[in-house]
Write a new protein. Structure first.
Length: 148
C-alpha cells in the first residue's frame, strides 16, 4: 500500500506543471475587479515578468528601475531586444508565425503604464531575422482578481 502511495505522489509531481516564469514573486500583480484567468490554454505563448527588486523581508522596492525577469536573470527594458529576438527565433524554428504567438505580460502594479507600452512596442519590433516582416502582435496582461 505504501508503494502505491509513493508511486502516486511521484506521478503527480511529474505531471504537475511548475511554471516558475509565471509565478515570479518579484512581480506583484495589480488587483482588478474584472481580472479572470484565460478560459482556454493558449497554444503558443510566453510570459514576460516585469517588476522591481524588492527586499525579501519587508517587500519594499530596493531599486527604482523595473526589470524583466528571466528566471534568475534580470534585464533592463532598454536592453531586452536581444532576449525578445531569441524568443522570436525560437518560434520561427518551430515554424510558428509570430502573429499567432501571445505575449503574456505580468507587470508589477507599481510599474508605469508607459513602460508597459514601451515593452509592447519592443515586442512588436522583435524579429527573428532580417527576412521577417513583423514581430509579436498578440498580447495579454495579467492581474489578480479583486475580491470584496
Amino acid at each position: 500500500m505504501i508503494d502505491i502511495v509513493f508511486q502516486l505522489i511521484a506521478f503527480f509531481m511529474v505531471i504537475t506543471n511548475f511554471e516558475q516564469n509565471q509565478a515570479d514573486e518579484r512581480v506583484r500583480l495589480p488587483k482588478d475587479q474584472l481580472a479572470r484567468p484565460p478560459e482556454v490554454k493558449r497554444d503558443n505563448s510566453f510570459t514576460l515578468n516585469l517588476g522591481f527588486l524588492r527586499d525579501s523581508q519587508t517587500g519594499q522596492i530596493t531599486d527604482p528601475d523595473p526589470y524583466l525577469f528571466f528566471g534568475p536573470d534580470r534585464v533592463n527594458i532598454r536592453d531586452c531586444a536581444t532576449r525578445l529576438r531569441q524568443e522570436a527565433q525560437f518560434y520561427e524554428a518551430l515554424d510558428v508565425d509570430l502573429a499567432e504567438v501571445t505575449v503574456e505580460i505580468r507587470s508589477d502594479g507599481d510599474v508605469s503604464t508607459g513602460l508597459v507600452q514601451e515593452l509592447i512596442q519592443k515586442c512588436q519590433e522583435a524579429r527573428a531575422s532580417q527576412q521577417s516582416t513583423e514581430g509579436f502582435q498578440r498580447f495579454a496582461l495579467r492581474a489578480t482578481q479583486k475580491t470584496d
